[in-house]
Design a protein. Sequence first.
Length: 145
Amino acid sequence: MMLGGFDGLTQVLISVALTGDAVADLIESARVYRSWVLARPVRYRLMMTSCRVDYEPSLSVVAARRDLVDTIIQRVGVARAVRVDLNDVAPFTTNDAATIVLSLLHGMILLELDGLLDQDNSTTWTERFGTMIQFAIQPATEPAA
């Protein structure tokens, strides 16, 4: 069940048509990710959270999670490489920026699934997420301490 879920979610992300605007493509990827999760909330929880303290994911589950995360890292990397105004995102590496993006995406979705955030329509959610993504990968105004 979990491996099929990772494969399905990764395939949905890969299927997002690239438009030439890498940031818009990243936001669209987040929108389809959320849509996939909302249609399969139990499966997503099994895939992405530890339901039991003694749960140890198999090596194949760990690899599938890694593939999903790598897909998002790749999209963040393209967004940073293509957008001239985002080229000086010191002190973050692409992996750092991807961690921020994935944390926002996963956190917003889990809060929504837990009823702590209102379930917004797709357009409103996408606008909110897009605003946070722009903030997360914008150049820093001063170096981090």
